[in-house]
Design a protein around this ligand. Structure first.
Ligand code: SAM
Ligand code: DTB
Ligand code: SF4
Length: 326
């Protein structure tokens, strides 16, 4: 499932994008929903479940993150999980209805000696009939190749914010490092999952700048997670005032217009959104969520609540591609 490079624009200017952001909300959402229906099945939502396969003690200084060793946060540290435990969790996620299993690790970059374990995880999760995704930090060429050969479907690596705001959030890894990893992943034929975070105290022009960077990748990322900051006690961003949810809706709508064929994921922060705000996000073109009671270190909206919301809104959750009940 690779997006073709030719059909869409990759030359977006910041002002074009700010003009979209500034449209009357109903016009913007109408345009986004129109684009959405040209490229996606209406009312369908893709479900990805997250697992933290290695928690905490990360050397990077991402100001939003509970897992950086530099901040005092209330999380449990853990070594890399055993593949059998990861595969068991994937089976449970599949049986609860998720189609993709996204394995995250609190690393700047994996150690080469961990790659065989990661390969076993990919193979085991794929054998369940699920799509696989990993987010492990920066990857070398050889690491990308090993994961691709194992059958990894998606790699998540977020740009997080605009190039201008980036240094206010992360100093231990540059914007170009992130683009380089995305380029390696793309060249290896692994589908790209890349998005960012809104609500970190950035301006609208930074949200536009993040989407400009993503939309000017050619081809576009197949998957674009839009996270609302989860303000975690102990991190430098703990006291950041929450973003107005209508601005999240606008961000999702603009992402949909700029990247028509991408799956746009309403990601972290859903636990703090009303059902009405989530419904607006789906109307604006979000067609994927993180599904499961936890994200990496924080709570997600629960499965039962999500099922009830799907029923209320008439949303159809896309199940595993080839279900193989246990
Ligand atoms: N350590 C790897 C890395 O940073 O590339 C992979 C895991 S990292 C937790 C993946 C992404 O989760 C981050 O790039 C960020 O976009 C998102 N994220 C982390 N903490 C968050 C928070 N508190 N609120 C919203 N999004 C968050
Ligand atoms: C993404 O864009 N969001 C996910 C996933 N990719 C790895 C992570 C969200 C983390 C939220 C905060 C936490 O639970 O620690
Ligand atoms: Fe480490 Fe990733 Fe957290 Fe940054 S976001 S501190 S790289 S785990």
């Amino acid at each position: 499932m690779t997006t073709t490079a030719t059909a869409f624009r990759h030359d977006w200017q910041r002002d074009d994008i700010l003009a979209l952001f500034g449209m009357p909300l109903m016009d913007l959402v109408f345009q986004a929903q129109t684009v959405h229906r040209e490229h996606h099945r209406p009312n369908h939502v893709q479900l990805s479940t997250l697992i933290n396969i290695k928690s905490g003690r990360c050397g990077e200084d991402c100001a939003y993150c509970s897992q950086s060793i530099r901040y005092e946060t209330a999380i449990d540290d853990s070594a890399l999980m055993a593949p059998t435990a990861v595969i068991a969790a994937a089976r449970a996620a599949r049986d609860a209805g998720a189609s993709r299993f996204c394995m995250g690790a609190a690393w700047r970059t994996p150690r080469d000696r961990d790659i065989p374990t990661l390969v076993q995880m990919v193979k085991g999760v794929r054998a369940l009939g699920m799509e696989t995704c990993m987010t492990l930090g920066m990857l070398s060429e050889a690491q990308v190749t090993s994961l691709q050969e194992a059958g990894l479907d998606y790699y998540n690596h977020n740009l997080d914010t605009s190039p201008e705001f980036y240094d206010r959030v992360i100093t231990t890894r540059g914007y170009q490092d992130r683009l380089d990893t995305l380029e390696r992943v793309r060249r290896a034929g692994i589908a790209v999952c890349s998005g960012g975070i809104v609500g970190m105290g950035e301006e609208r022009t930074d949200r536009a700048g993040l989407l400009q960077q993503l939309a000017n990748l050619s081809p576009h990322p197949e998957s674009v997670p839009v996270n609302m900051l989860v303000a975690i006690p102990g991190t430098p961003l703990e006291d950041t005032p929450p973003l107005d949810p209508i601005e999240l809706v606008r961000t999702i709508a603009v992402a949909r217009v700029l990247m028509p064929a991408a799956v746009v994921r309403l990601s972290a922060g859903r636990d703090h959104l009303t059902e009405e705000a989530q419904a607006l996000c789906f109307l604006a073109g979000a067609n994927s969520i993180f599904y499961g009671d936890e994200l990496l270190t924080t709570d997600n909206r629960g499965i039962a609540e999500d099922r009830a919301l799907f029923a209320k809104l008439g949303l159809i959750a896309d199940g595993p591609a080839s279900p193989q009940p246990a």
